[in-house]
Design a protein around this ligand. Sequence first.
Ligand code: AMP
Ligand code: MG
Length: 342
Amino acid sequence: MDTKLFVVQDIEKDAPLLQEAADILKRGGLVAIPTETVYGLAADALNPEAVKKIFAAKGRPADNPLIVHIAEFEEIYGLASQVPESAKILAERFWPGPLTMIVPKGESIPDITSAGLPTVAIRMPSHPIAREIIRRSCPLAAPSANLSGSPSTTTAQHCIHDLGGRVDAIVDGGECRFGVESTVITLAGKKPRLLRPGAITLEELRDALGEVEMDKAVLSQIDPGERVSSPGMKYKHYAPKAKVVIVDGDSESFLRFLNEQTGEGIFGLVFSGEEERANKPCVVYGENDEDVTQAHRLFAALRELDERGAKLVYARCPHKEGVGLAVYNRLLRAAAFEEITL
Ligand code: AMP
Ligand code: MG
């Protein structure tokens, strides 16, 4: 199929392009759209035939449910069978923004969207282009706009690379601000529980709600066959073709370790400035101790490693608090949980 590219620079001037994207979605087509987290591969969340195409285009396993994106808080009442008080508190503080809430699903949500679960994931993005397209179309199911397993896309070029020829259109809205997928919290159990860390931090969620548990899958590998709260967590994810190993240590000891390694195709995935002291080629992902810049760069850096032909990558370990927890969670999956402590 021919994939149209809509370059949107101005919400008002480019309104006809946004309308064309919305019309494709209303007709049951697929459009990759920019959000403040990563690019999303959108389809009408309430149209099972349209949602089916998302799974096919991404090669996504059918038991991995999708996040439904809305433009106004009130839309949640048409999608959820129950809106807990905690959801209202979180929406008040963090919506529109990079937070997804899991709530009991309403009858309007087709089984394919929630992958047969009795719950639905809902998010109100803050990106003006995403919001405008939702406003002009309908609630949108939109997982990350990458091929399943590969790093999520943070530019339209990444989307063209993964999905060109597989989707009806790609809306280019520039680079995504945060660079990692939304924080996911479930409000459908007895206690609120963090399923996936993101730019809204565990600390901020606890500040808003009091007690918030952290799901085991955030930091540890799930055995095949084990029951998981968030199916997405069990799959291989974000992985470049190169083998990645996380190396936990300070800048000095990391560089000593990297410089001692011998072999073909070894790369460092490092913080800014460290590449100058390394004797191997390096890709930079953010600044030391600036988790927000690390999140912003991580997926593009993983893609760059592949483009440069890396075979074995030793990656600097981020800290594990705040947004660093989201960076660490993604890097753990890119590394298939392989970590060396110096
Ligand atoms: P993606 O949109 O590709 O970033 O993936 C969405 C993430 O949200 C995946 O990890 C899903 O497993 C998770 N998710 C979506 N819906 C639900 C749900 N109803 N219950 C638990 N996790 C969900
Ligand atoms: Mg994804």
